[in-house]
Design a protein around this ligand. Structure first.
Ligand code: FAD
Length: 441
């Protein structure tokens, strides 16, 4: 009887899972394994919101595996050591794992390789649609600009979508651990797991996406990001299904999935972009902990910014348009270091992802891949454009709910109890521009 290990990481699903598929093809029996690695915690990445979501994902994966005759084995400790221990215990000959892009995922893979050598099989199109490095401009290891990347991404063949296995045989008598999580949690977190993810995808209307994705009050984007982050859904399967459906909504949605791949290929080539400027502009960031804290707590005096920050605290998730304008407010208007904002997002976002979070922050801060790094999003203009009736602000800033229509965006005269703007409206653009121009040769 041969045995293989399917080591689950950011692919917590049965459908379209190349790791599970290959592990099943390689042996008579499969040990589905997830390791709770203290290195993730040590790196400050084990935020309570994400751990709560992960606990749902693991419970759902275990329930689905049990329906195939198998179950999920959970172990705690350094991943490579735990996997080697389990291989010795079960006589497993091969280990299958998805390729990751973060520094942590690379170290994990190197440690597994050192212990398993050619018994380790790394599957590269599990997390992204197009594996990082598969497309690159001549003489470079990655694309630094999205538009040409997107063109190349569209022209690259995507792998075939795999079905979910019906039967998985697993050796008996293997011990497993539980994941205990403790808060504080955001009060309105989504439920994790492949079942919830597939339900959300079935219920959501992709056709309207092109028209509504920037409408803050409509709140009608897919909300699939946490499921994509933990791999409860495969980006390859979503892309194939959306392309099959066709139309402007599906096309716009697939473009966003290409953005996800784009950031992954940047991080894979430049893992230090998680912490260092991708393209430094030698910023001399303004320092003010009082301003940073007002931003975190949603009391900057700009209701549209405060609404976004309060949605983040309540749901562990924020609308993309609100992420853009709250991030721009921190990094461009207040001119505080983007790492301060990125760290706060990562402490709460249930979809918090090193590639997508850090590189979107860098894009907004002008240290990343934006070809117009000096662009500043004026929060008042953003509010008028993407929350024209003020409904998003009234939803998240209840103390302003009595203000009608767009008046809610400028409460200075109408709601004297609301905090004064932390930076005067006519000074909004000045700090970053002045600092960068002073720095210019
Ligand atoms: P939809 O609009 O339905 O898009 C579908 C999917 O495409 C998303 O689920 C996501 O996987 C992907 N996607 C959409 N926009 C982007 C983008 N700009 N970059 C990369 N992928 C994208 N996304 C994360 O998944 N994790 C993060 O930690 C994260 N941090 C961000 C921080 C900032 C400052 C900004 C501006 C954006 C960030 N994003 C992040 C990207 C984007 O805001 C979210 O993916 C999106 O809001 C999730 O909602 P949705 O699933 O409804 O997206």
């Amino acid at each position: 009887m041969t045995v293989s290990i399917a080591l689950f990481t950011q692919d917590l699903r049965l459908h379209d899972n190349p790791v599970l598929h290959a592990a099943r093809a390689a042996a008579d029996q499969v040990v589905p394994l997830f390791v709770l690695d203290p290195a993730v915690e040590a790196a400050g990445f084990a935020a309570p919101n994400r751990l709560a979501f992960l606990a749902d994902c693991l419970a759902d994966l275990d329930a689905s595996l049990r329906r195939t005759g198998s179950r999920l084995i959970v172990r705690r400790g350094p991943t490579a050591e735990q996997t080697a221990g389990l291989a010795a215990e079960t006589g497993a000959g091969t280990v299958h794992v998805a390729a990751g892009v973060s520094g942590y995922a690379r170290r994990r893979e190197a440690a597994l390789l050192a212990l398993f050598g050619d018994r380790l099989h790394v599957h590269d199109a599990s997390v992204t649609v197009v594996p990082p490095g598969r497309v690159a401009p001549a003489g470079r290891d990655h694309y630094a600009v999205f538009t040409p990347y997107h063109r190349a991404w569209q022209q690259t063949p995507h792998r075939t979508v795999l079905g979910a296995p019906r039967v998985i045989r697993t050796p008996d008598g293997i011990g497993s651990e539980n994941l205990a999580v403790s808060g504080p949690f955001s009060p309105s977190l989504p439920r994790g797991g492949e079942t919830a993810a597939r339900e959300r995808w079935r219920r959501w209307d992709v056709d309207a996406y092109a028209d509504v994705h920037d409408d803050l009050a409509a709140d009608d984007t897919s909300r699939l990001s946490p499921y994509l982050h933990f791999g409860c859904l495969s980006a390859t399967e979503l892309t194939a299904r959306a392309l099959q459906r066709g139309g402007p909504g599906a096309e716009a949605f697939v473009r966003q999935l290409a953005w996800r791949d784009f950031h992954h290929q940047v991080l894979a080539a430049r893992p230090d972009a998680a912490h260092r400027d991708y393209r430094t502009r030698e910023d001399r960031w303004h320092r003010d902990e009082h301003e940073a804290q007002a931003w975190r707590e949603g009391r900057t005096g700009y209701p549209i910014v405060d609404a976004g920050m309060r949605q983040l605290a309540e749901e562990g998730w924020m609308h993309n348009r609100a992420r853009l304008l709250t991030a721009s407010f921190l990094a461009k208007s207040l001119y505080l270091d983007w790492r301060i904002g990125a760290a706060h997002f990562l402490s709460l976002l249930v979809d918090g992802d090193v590639a997508n979070n850090q590189l979107n922050w860098q894009w907004v801060a002008g240290t990343g891949t934006d070809t117009r790094p000096n662009r500043v999003l004026n929060p008042l203009r953003q509010a008028d454009r993407y929350d024209p009736d003020g409904a998003y602000v009234r939803r998240w800033v209840p103390e302003l709910a009595h203000l009608p229509g767009p008046a809610v965006h400028r409460p200075w005269m109408l709601a004297p109890e609301y905090p004064d703007p932390i930076i005067a409206p006519d000074a909004l653009m000045v700090r970053m521009r002045a600092a960068r121009e002073l720095d210019a040769p």
